[in-house]
Design a protein around this ligand. Structure first.
Ligand SMILES: C[S@@+](CC[C@H](N)C(=O)[O-])C[C@H]1O[C@@H](n2cnc3c(N)ncnc32)[C@H](O)[C@@H]1O
Length: 258
């Protein structure tokens, strides 16, 4: 069993980038009266506490707090965080499943896959009564099983922990399979920007295979001296026409460091 636990990183700068994009995309997609499907391959525990020992130990959420303070009150992520804090206390931080479930409507469908037993159990508890289909399952098996979904319109978030070299090398094929099975799906992949450039070949292969996809990257100081992650990236297949506006809002959260 792999050891990654998102509790150490929840509410950090990369989460802000990914979660602000996710919330803005779903906020746009729910404007149309047609139902949609949300699929998440690596869902995590759904609800985090920024005063938990794991979050305090890394200090990543505390370091990112001034960036979160830049979210305009009109931004859908700001509303979702405020809602989670009013229900679960001021230190609560919603993971991507709770962000999505807060924005989806009654007629929409959500499938959440998480492999780690403890994270899965926590996810079941965090989403109880919210109508999501939660499975303890490999995310790629879930992606293949669930596509093309009904309703056909929708979004898939792919947010792996990148613990294995194979996670980078296999990504273009894995994403390609899903995109072929679900050509109308909006597929949002998160990836780290690494100082050793390990993400480069994966991105070049993805960009060659999906020339219409959008890419958005932000840079920030490493969490600790010597830490290899120097930024956060998003690769979006089938970007909606509002994407440039969403991307401009994302960039405003990450102004160049002085
Ligand atoms: C980066 S975290 C997810 C964070 C979440 N998407 C969020 O933004 O709140 C990655 C998650 O993938 C889980 N995981 C690792 N390997 C997996 C696999 N093969 N299938 C599904 N989940 C997996 C880990 O347990 C971890 O909870």
């Amino acid at each position: 069993m792999l050891s990654y636990q998102h509790a150490y990183h929840a509410g950090n700068a990369a989460d802000l980038h990914k979660h602000a994009a996710l919330a803005a995309l779903l906020d746009y997609l729910v404007q149309k009266p047609k139902p949609l499907t949300y699929i998440e391959t690596h869902a995590g525990r759904g609800l985090y506490r920024l005063d938990a020992p794991e979050a305090v130990r890394t200090g990543e959420a505390a370091a990112a707090a001034p960036r979160y303070a830049r979210l305009p009150p009109r931004h859908p992520l700001a509303g979702v965080i405020a809602g989670a804090r009013s229900r679960h206390g001021p230190a609560a931080y919603p993971g991507s499943p709770l962000i999505a479930l807060a924005l989806l409507r009654d007629g929409d469908t959500a499938h959440l896959a998480e492999l780690h037993p403890q994270e899965h159990a926590a996810l079941v508890a965090a989403t109880a009564g919210l109508g999501a289909h939660v499975t303890r399952e490999d995310g790629w098996a879930a992606a293949r099983r669930l596509t093309p979904p009904a309703p056909r319109r929708g979004l898939m978030l792919v947010d792996p922990a990148y613990e294995l070299a194979e996670d980078y090398a296999a990504m273009p094929d894995r994403i390609g399979t899903v995109a072929r099975k679900w050509p109308v799906g909006h597929i949002l992949l998160w990836y780290p920007l690494l100082s050793d450039g390990r993400h480069g070949p994966m991105l070049r292969a993805l960009a060659a295979a999906h020339p219409g996809a959008a890419r958005h990257e932000v840079r920030f100081p490493p969490a600790r001296p010597g830490h290899g992650m120097t930024g956060s990236g998003l690769f979006l297949i089938n970007p909606p026409w509002v994407w440039p506006e969403i991307a401009a809002d994302l960039a405003a959260l990450f102004p160049p460091e002085p």
